[in-house]
Ligand binder design. Structure first.
Ligand code: 5AD
Ligand code: SF4
Length: 465
């Protein structure tokens, strides 16, 4: 086949400017999985001829990759869409287009409602259909408005292009890699089973290939992602069924990958292999995000968590038995329907018993369509506020205690980027704390031993060990 090519000079002679590549700006809300999805959508669009931009004012296409986990998240999206509508009208006056798309969990949950509330939106596409983005945009260019929120039967990851080496390098020495998506647990407060659909694990081969590509491009630390990452399972090369523990052992063999992490886990899926991985793999970082949500058995039952507080505590004891320096992180919800002062006190108690290095805590927010929203005994907002404040001051105290305990310790640090102040670089400790060092200490991507000299609010200052 012959290609017809036109040189720039010929274009000028013909009086037409060469077509500039269209620019896409993706704004990400919510969890790390959305960060990963935004990158993969960008990769798909770059393969389709777009270039990524960090400046919304330059963009021809703006995608809001949204989160629906709590109320304010969706409201923020609608107010951003208001601002984009104004930008679109300014553009129209200047004779230039702006395409607006909503992706992610709000897109999935609200679907066509978004077009009704925000008519300037051109496309709405749910998390399971990102691989169709180039086709959807082709329809939009023909003047259609498109809503795609079905759970696709094809494997989106197989259809999404792999990130280009240059993109990976631009994104830095740490990377996310989604290995599992969706959830079958149906905790009664949570929209995820409805927005992300049922649990799907990516095959071993796909994951290993992607991790190898990341490592070849200079990535040193990979965080495996999944809404229920430790429910990941797949067929190993020997035909046997693998769980996340086996997968971590396999990924640990990849040359150049020096650090592995995974998030987020459910206590019911912490199996023996995974605990063994914490015991045996030096590259698996000693940090575990294991949400418990509440310390009250009554509330855990109403939340459909399917374990008791004592099960969680026993599990942590086993994990700590396998890896003594492991630090715990968690998620908590206060004010779930029916939560009494006694139930809340049980949450405070479990926090005291575990001792968290960091944690996220939220006021319960009824999500439409979830069983929790229909339950009796909704807790007044003032009570939720007051409980959240008490819980957060305990968690902050624990986090600061943990940070303080680092002073004088020697630890490995992955140097990630230039610091905010001249002459500094910022690294990452095994426990996810930012570590600030003199820029001459090491190059980006190096892993060096440093000694902690003092602390900031959550960061550590260090010198070469
Ligand atoms: N209200 C408040 N917090 C919630 N989370 C999930 N759903 C809700 C909700 N309806 C929190 C949980 C979960 C984290 C990602 O968000 O703690 O672990
Ligand atoms: Fe939501 Fe529960 Fe599934 Fe986590 S395990 S995503 S909280 S339903």
């Amino acid at each position: 086949m012959e290609l017809e090519t036109t040189s720039l000079d010929e274009c000028a002679a013909l009086g037409s400017a060469p077509a500039m590549p269209k620019k896409v700006f993706v704004k990400t809300y919510g969890c790390q999985m959305n960060v990963y999805d935004s990158q993969r959508m960008t990769d798909a669009l770059v393969a389709d001829g777009y270039v990524a931009t960090e400046a919304i004012d330059n963009a021809d296409l703006v995608l809001l990759n949204t989160c629906h986990i709590r109320e304010k998240a969706a409201e923020k999206v609608y107010s951003e869409l208001g601002r984009l509508r104004d930008l679109k009208s300014e553009r129209a006056e200047a004779g230039r287009d702006l395409t607006i798309g909503v992706t992610g969990c709000v897109a999935q949950a609200e679907g066509g409602e978004i077009l009704r509330r925000s008519p300037s939106v051109d496309l709405v596409i749910g998390p399971q259909t990102y691989h169709r983005l180039p086709d959807v945009l082709a329809k939009v260019r023909k003047g259609e408005k498109v809503v795609e929120t079905d759970y696709a039967i094809e494997d989106k990851f197989e259809h999404l292009p792999q990130p280009r080496r240059a993109e990976v390098i631009k994104r830095g020495v740490t990377a996310f890699l989604t290995v599992q998506e969706g959830c079958d647990k149906f905790c009664t407060f949570c929209v995820v089973p409805y927005t992300r659909g049922s649990e799907v694990s990516r095959p071993v081969k796909q994951i290993v290939a992607e991790a190898e590509r990341l490592a070849e491009a200079g990535v040193r630390e990979v965080t495996l992602l999944g809404q229920n990452v430790n429910a990941w399972h797949g067929e190993g090369p020997d035909g046997s069924e693998w769980g996340l523990g086996r997968l971590l052992f396999r990924l640990a063999e990849i040359p150049g990958l020096a650090r592995l992490r995974y998030t987020t886990s459910h206590p019911r899926d912490m199996d023996d292999d995974l605990i063994a991985a914490h015991r045996d793999l030096a590259v698996l970082m000693p940090y575990l995000h294991l949400p418990v949500q509440s310390g009250s058995d009554r509330i855990l039952k109403a939340m459909n968590r399917r374990h008791k507080a004592a099960d969680y505590l026993r599990l942590i004891e086993r994990v700590r038995g396998a890896r003594a320096d492991i630090a715990m992180s968690g998620d908590f919800i206060v004010g779930f329907p029916g939560e009494t002062e006694g139930d809340f006190e049980a949450t405070m108690q479990i926090v005291r018993e575990v001792g968290y290095a960091s944690a996220f805590s939220f006021k319960y927010s009824p999500r439409p369509g979830t069983p929790g929203a229909e339950m009796d005994g909704h807790v007044p907002d003032e009570v939720k506020d007051e409980r959240l404040q008490r819980l957060q001051s305990l968690l902050v105290e624990q986090q600061q205690g943990f940070t303080q305990s680092m002073v004088g310790r020697t630890m490995s640090t992955l140097i990630e980027k230039p610091g905010r102040q001249a002459g500094q670089k910022v690294g990452r400790s095994p426990w996810l704390q930012p570590v600030i060092v003199d820029e001459k200490v090491a190059e980006i991507g190096d892993i060096v031993d440093v000694r902690i000299t003092k602390t900031g609010y959550n960061s550590l200052f260090a010198e070469p060990a």
